[in-house]
Design a protein around this ligand. Structure first.
Ligand SMILES: [Zn+2]
Ligand SMILES: [Zn+2]
Length: 350
């Protein structure tokens, strides 16, 4: 998998840098105050402009003149003069028009804007399993709800790439690394437990972290990710998984904890309690059942979005800003292969 959901790996910020036009720099909205906005069409529209989810103005695609906005459609009424076949001077009106929703978060939405925004705010507040509650509260079908939740995870995936803030660690810093299996367990004996491996690391003190789904836990895979996500000179603490045995040959200090015997190494005081706490948080956020492997990326991205915005009153602001940055009016990049099968999601799962 090419995508790497480390929140803090090599800075590629420039690639994703968008010049921000949004006017709101942080509105700290509670659900209750957002409800008031949701129930007032004008205020909701202003909120969407302020977070750059919708545009208030647009230039005509044909004559590049400012267009008029009426009932969520931009119209161009620009008159130009030209000569007809009898060489008579006539005025011609540009009649170009385009929906205000074109290439925005609301394009092709079959439910009203306010309902979409309500769905976003509920999604921000609730963790899976939430489809039943959302579908009931919003009076929409589960399939619609599942689709929008999946779009929101794409928004998070883009957010994660956009907000990367460099490698973890450095001389004098400690990073705990570990692998964990996330996903459904099967109780049939003799069969392997299904699920996906995630490799991750967390920097002590700052709690900066990276999380990457991995197809295999071999040394080549893990060492590549370590080099990509951790600065040379860092002190790395891990369990005794054999893939890590080459770490001390690299430019790292390496300590291990043998979890079969103890959780804090009595000699070196090494422990991996921070990364274990992170796994507990990941496991409680990523649905265990019916979670298809190709959804794992999205769920991890959602986890990182929440992890980076621990205070829930920032989340409504941050998610709408993130929506505006992904659906910014430019053509969307072609979908990746594994999203092709998203339409056949089981009825009750995200
Ligand atoms: Zn805001
Ligand atoms: Zn025009």
């Amino acid at each position: 998998m090419a995508a790497n959901f480390s929140s803090d790996s090599v800075s590629t910020v420039d690639t994703f840098a968008n010049v921000s036009h949004s006017k709101c720099t942080g509105c700290q909205l509670t659900q209750k105050s957002f409800d008031i906005i949701l129930n007032d069409e004008d205020r909701l529209l202003q909120f969407l402009y302020d977070h750059d989810v919708l545009k208030e103005t647009r230039q005509c695609d044909q004559c590049d003149k400012p267009m008029n906005l009426r009932d969520s459609t931009f119209y161009c009424n620009k008159r130009t003069f030209t000569k007809n076949k009898n060489k008579k001077r006539v005025s011609v009106q540009c009649r170009f028009q385009i929906s205000q929703n074109y290439r925005t978060w609301f394009e092709n939405a079959r439910i009203p804007r306010s309902k979409v925004c309500n769905l976003v705010s509920m999604w921000v507040l609730l963790r899976p399993p939430r489809i039943d509650i959302m579908a009931l509260e919003l009076n929409i079908c589960k399939k619609t709800c599942i689709d929008w939740c999946s779009f929101l995870r794409e928004v998070c995936a883009h957010y994660v790439l956009r907000t990367r803030d460099g490698k973890l660690g450095g001389p004098g810093k400690v990073v705990e690394i570990d692998e964990a299996k996330i996903g459904r367990s099967k109780y049939n004996r003799g069969r392997r437990i299904e699920g996906s491996w995630i490799f991750g690391g967390i920097e002590r003190g700052t709690k900066k972290c990276f999380l990457c789904p991995v197809a295999s836990r071999d040394a080549v895979t893990l060492l590549t990710l370590i080099r990509e996500n951790i600065e040379p000179g860092t002190t790395i603490i891990s369990d005794c998984w054999k893939a890590y045995s080459r770490l001390s040959n690299e430019d790292f200090q390496h300590f291990t904890v043998n979890h079969s015997y103890n959780f804090v190494d009595p000699e070196t005081n090494a422990h991996t309690q921070n990364i274990e706490r992170l796994w507990r948080e990941v496991r409680s956020s990523v649905p265990r059942y019916g979670n298809r492997k190709h959804h794992l990326h999205g769920h991890l991205a959602e986890f990182i979005f929440r992890y980076k915005n621990p205070d829930y009153v920032n989340r409504i602001h941050e998610i709408f800003i993130a929506i505006g940055k992904l659906y910014d009016g430019s053509p969307l990049p072609a979908a990746e292969d594994d999203s092709a099968s998203d339409s056949d999601v089981d009825s009750s799962v995200e």
